[in-house]
Design a binder for this molecule. Structure first.
Ligand SMILES: Cc1ncc(COP(=O)(O)O)c(C=O)c1O
Length: 393
């Protein structure tokens, strides 16, 4: 009889169950939306990254459909063999213009863009200096690179400087931060970090996954928001969140992009985007440039909802973006809050250790441009009801 070599997985899963951390996947019954049906329950959805409501924007849908008809459902190859279509090149040119850089390269996801880029740029003798709350894809890329990883406390520019000042002169060093931190909604310390990068000659990189389409003129991201053009060598953005489709990109110098074409492993060894995805992304940039109302609505909704949560007495941390955490402390309480909200018609995902520190468990809310004031007010009323019931406020 063969013993099951994967039996340890059940032990791990049971341990999660015992801790109340075994979360079922929530399943959408139809398309993504501000008010949608999830697990057969109609809810106000405060958990997507669909910041601008672009997942169902008619112009994006039309462009996807026409590319599907004209160019087929897939590319059948990686970019470096037979999987580069004109539409991929057009998207990269468009992104470079949008980000005001020489060039851009598109990856299959933001995760692939971060991990593939960090791992390609650095190697064993190099050093990566990284904010402690940087995204998992940066951490994985750093590990893959085999460079020495040095972590500085969240947003602590002085600590980052002290680490870098202690390195040998001429040490190749990557200084890296998220533009917007996905669990707290605060901004990376980009201006201060750029000063350090200038002073010590570091490669400066930002992951603008949650800033793309949200911060900066027409959604150009935090480099534009802080007016740091020309001082950030590697800008990563996603096409998967505010832009409504799927993918990640790196914008920077022509040499950087030519190097990544030849060395970034997800680009070399994983099939390229279906043309409909590239077409959707092109349409998303068109809409960003011609329909400012979505970003305006996103920020109006953000201000309204954040002020509402704060007025109710919730701890919303230090957010500066449409991501607003409701921090409750204990993991079990965050899970209970999320479950009760869901039963009452509001979907706000509970986030627990190890994604956040043990005593900082929370539910995370993200408003979008597609929410109506009525839906947001319903969500606030529900937070009030459940927050009082659970003794949080
Ligand atoms: C900060 C950050 N970077 C990168 C990613 C990865 O982006 P994508 O979903 O496009 O893979 C995410 C999203 O999950 C993120 O939150």
């Amino acid at each position: 009889m063969r013993t099951d070599p994967l039996a340890y997985l059940d032990t791990e899963l049971n341990s999660l169950r015992e801790q109340g951390l075994f979360r079922p996947l929530r399943v959408l019954d139809g398309e993504q939306g501000a008010q949608t049906s999830i697990d057969h329950r109609s809810v106000v959805n405060l958990s997507s990254n669909n910041y601008l409501g672009f997942t169902s924007h008619p112009r994006l849908r039309e462009r996807a459909l026409s590319a599907l008809s004209a160019l087929g459902v897939g590319t059948g190859s990686v970019r470096t063999i037979a999987g580069t279509m004109q539409i991929h090149m057009e998207l990269e040119r468009r992104l470079a213009t949008f980000k005001q850089t020489e060039a851009a390269v598109v990856f299959q996801s933001g995760f692939a863009a971060n991990a593939g880029t960090v791992a390609a740029l650095l190697s064993r003798d190099d050093v990566i200096v990284s904010d402690e709350l940087n995204h998992a894809s940066i951490i994985d890329g750093a590990r893959l690179s085999r460079a020495t990883i040095k972590v500085f406390p969240h947003r602590d520019v002085a600590a980052a400087r002290a680490i870098i000042a202690g390195l040998p002169r001429g040490q190749r060093t990557l200084l890296i931060t998220d533009g917007v931190f996905s669990m707290d909604g605060d901004l990376g310390a980009l201006p201060g970090l750029c000063d350090i990068a200038d002073e010590f000659g570091c490669i400066m990189m930002v992951d603008d996954a949650h800033a793309s389409g949200v911060f900066g003129s027409q959604g150009r991201g935090t480099v534009d928001h802080f007016r740091l053009h020309g001082r950030v060598d590697v800008q990563v953005g996603t096409l998967s969140k505010a832009l409504g489709a799927l993918g990640g990109y790196v914008a920077g110098s022509r040499s950087l992009i030519e190097f990544l074409y030849r060395r970034a492993r997800p680009f070399l060894f994983s099939t390229s985007h279906p043309p409909s995805v590239a077409a959707t992304c092109l349409a998303a940039i068109d809409v960003l440039e011609t329909e400012p109302q979505w970003m305006e609505q996103l920020w109006d909704n953000t201000r309204f909802f954040k002020a509402g949560l704060e007025a109710l007495g919730f701890n919303t941390g230090v957010s500066e973006s449409p991501i607003t955490p409701v921090i409750v402390g204990e993991s079990s309480l965050a899970v209970r809050l999320s479950d009760r909200l869901f039963e009452e018609g509001v979907f706000a995902q509970g986030i627990t250790f190890p994604t956040v520190a043990r005593d900082r468990a929370r539910v995370r809310t993200i408003v979008t441009a597609a929410h109506t004031q009525h839906e947001l007010q319903f969500a606030l009323d529900t937070f009030k009801k459940v927050g009082v019931e659970l003794g949080i406020i």
